[in-house]
Design a protein around this ligand. Sequence first.
Ligand SMILES: N[C@@H](CCC(=O)N[C@@H](CS)C(=O)NCC(=O)O)C(=O)O
Length: 228
Amino acid sequence: MKLYELVGKDKTQGFSPYVWRARMALAHKGLDVEMVPLTFTEIPSIASGQFKTVPILEHDGDFISDSWAIACYLENTFPDRPSLFGGESGQAYANFFNFTSFYNLLVPLFQSLVYDIFEGLDEKDRDYFRKSREARLGKSLEEAHENQDKSLTTFQKQLWPYNATLKTQAFLSGANPAYVDYIMYGLFQWAKGVSPLVLLTADDPLYDWRQRMDQLYNGLGQVIKTKS
Ligand SMILES: N[C@@H](CCC(=O)N[C@@H](CS)C(=O)NCC(=O)O)C(=O)O
């Protein structure tokens, strides 16, 4: 089994939030995977160019792309291993969280990280990244960077429901971590891999949660080093 991931100059620091969801999901299922690092402009070299984004999972000759599709594939293909969703209603909720977290969390975090991501990229990806992301942002990377604090505050303001939830339960999925936690954790792994920005304070319940997430699966998430 192979998981294609996204890297910049440092090939050991896979930073995609979506790949982290898939990586944690594979670990949750107890499946060994070979990580294959790609830069942005290398993604079309996989599976005859049929996919534009990572993660891409290769298993038994099949290619599955999209983090949500990969999670559902793992759940269906390995039903006897620990469940990612805890049943149908858990899966429906995780699907909902997958969408809501996009606008509430991922977009403002993207706006605050975008310039730092650019700076960490392999030289050959920079033109592609600048062009595609400036079109998406409707402004230059430098302008986005000037607003970094504002975007970060927007992101932080959206965290209250998760902080509140973690006052009454250990993980977002309940007593034990599962896919909703991996969606959230992917965002923090992304930020950690590309930027020195501090997202949480020690009194945020998410801070303690993140430390516990870092310990899972033999400290898998700790492969990402804090930027300085
Ligand atoms: N909905 C997709 C989104 C994946 C995605 O946007 N991945 C980004 C990396 S974080 C990517 O591969 N982008 C390639 C590009 O923009 O060229 C998923 O959940 O897997």
